[in-house]
Design a binder for this molecule. Structure first.
Ligand SMILES: C[S@@+](CC[C@H](N)C(=O)[O-])C[C@H]1O[C@@H](n2cnc3c(N)ncnc32)[C@H](O)[C@@H]1O
Length: 420
């Protein structure tokens, strides 16, 4: 109904959040169920505003989470300015800026870092939100004594002028801030930004929407580019897009071409120097005893070797040596490997399969594996066979699930705290 009549689509928000917020409105109005509330919404036009306010919790403050802002000022801003080079423009985006305190905090931090003249010449701060009413407050730039209570006195002196009803952010610096409406779930991001603040906003969205937004943030950021999240927000499934600069303070750096080189996997093809060929007995003893299950296929695709861990895990035995791999159960369980092997043979590149779960016969527990299929190449580059490694990541995967659960609870608790 909200989507049809008001054009606001809350599909991407966490269902539990929406239900809690709507239940609050039901309680306040002493209504019994969603049906009654729907009728009420249709009849009472001002109810939409109240529901909207309770869904889009606008709570914010200047330099919210002081320690994180201090880290931003001491580590990220100097690095950002140094990487930019003298005179180059600096673009910053405060996404979900609510009533503007975050954007003005950024302006102050950057003006302190660069000096007022450079700030005026180089900085553009784009501050966006879904809520027009909150943006209106942000544009007026006037805050009460209470809003400014936590701000150090000298910053308040330097950056605010007394006006009727409170204190206004300095007029001569205000031109560097541009406030506008932007719906993070569907509008195009601001592009080529050096620093992006999305604090206490992501946590209202469901996992899929968060994923899409973070993907867009990655695209929006320049390289190098930094992302600053809220206290209860993490980037659990984005290890390929962002790396932490300071995890506790929720400061991340985009993984782009300037950082990718540091993480590139080792090349597998055409080694340039002769490999060390030592004692064959020692080599096979090392292979057999390794903790990672390993299987080796020869050029014709038959099982050539396996270690003890692989024997145990996949119920193989020495009589299987020489059998075509496709005749063995391990070629399709825990995961279909035959097509992956074909691909590796054609492309001569390692293929990685992640988080493959498997419940072994007669076992109560599900295990998780990262599997790599590696082309084994002679020094001249010709193909000798295929190596398959099964890395047991069950413990890691369980920890990650627990962390995700703990994070969901943290988000929930923090959201409740904000709404209170
Ligand atoms: C709790 S405030 C965070 C304010 C500020 N970033 C901070 O950390 O203090 C969350 C803001 O997200 C905004 N918001 C909610 N959904 C949004 C959307 N789809 N697109 C953009 N902003 C959204 C709300 O209007 C609200 O102002």
């Amino acid at each position: 109904m909200l989507k049809e009549t008001r054009g606001f689509d809350f599909t991407g928000y966490k269902r539990t959040t929406l239900m809690r917020r709507i239940s609050r409105r039901l309680e306040a109005l002493k209504l019994r169920d969603y049906g009654e509330y729907r009728d009420y919404l249709e009849l009472e036009s001002e109810e939409f505003g109240l529901l909207f306010d309770s869904l889009l919790i606008n709570v914010t403050s200047f330099f919210r989470d002081t320690a994180a802002w201090q880290t931003l000022r001491e580590t990220i801003l100097p690095a950002l300015v140094a990487a930019k080079g003298p005179g180059k423009p600096i673009r910053v985006w405060s996404a979900g800026c609510a009533t503007g305190e975050e954007a003005y905090s950024l302006a102050i931090a950057l003006a302190e870092e660069l000096g007022l003249n450079e700030f005026r010449e180089r900085v553009k701060i784009y501050a966006t939100d879904l809520d027009e009413k909150a943006l209106q407050v942000a544009r007026t730039a006037v805050y009460t004594e209470r809003h400014l209570a936590e701000m150090p006195a000298e910053l308040r002196e330097r950056y605010f002028e007394p006006v009727e009803g409170g204190f206004a952010f300095r007029r001569d610096l205000r031109r560097q801030l541009i406030f506008g409406r932007n719906d993070l779930t569907r509008d195009a991001p601001i592009s080529r930004v050096d620093l992006l603040l999305a604090r206490n906003t992501l946590m209202y969205f469901n996992t899929e929407t968060q994923l899409n937004i973070v993907r867009r943030f990655h695209f929006a950021l320049a390289d190098p580019g930094y992302l600053f999240l809220g206290k209860a927000e993490m980037l659990l499934n984005h290890g390929d897009k962002f790396e932490p600069v300071d995890l506790r303070m929720r400061l991340f750096r985009k993984i782009g071409s300037s950082t990718a080189g540091m993480r590139a996997p080792l090349p597998t093809g055409n080694p340039t120097s002769e490999p060390y060929v030592g004692d064959a007995g020692l080599q096979s003893a090392a292979l057999v005893s390794g903790p990672v299950a390993q299987i080796v296929l020869d050029r014709s695709g038959s099982l050539a070797m396996m270690n003890s861990r692989a024997e145990m895990l996949f119920s193989l035995n020495p009589r299987d040596i020489g059998r075509p791999f496709q005749d063995l159960e391990v070629s399709y369980r825990p995961v279909e490997l035959r097509s992956v092997i074909e691909q590796v043979e054609t492309e001569l590149r390692t293929a990685e399969l992640q988080d493959i779960t498997w419940r072994r016969p007669n076992s109560a527990e599900t295990s998780a594996f990262d599997i790599s299929v590696v082309p084994l190449l002679a020094p001249g580059g010709e193909m000798l066979g295929i190596g398959i490694n099964f890395n047991d990541v069950t413990r890691y995967s369980r920890l990650r699930d627990e962390l995700e659960q703990a994070n969901r609870e943290l988000e929930h608790a923090y959201e409740e705290l904000q709404s209170l």
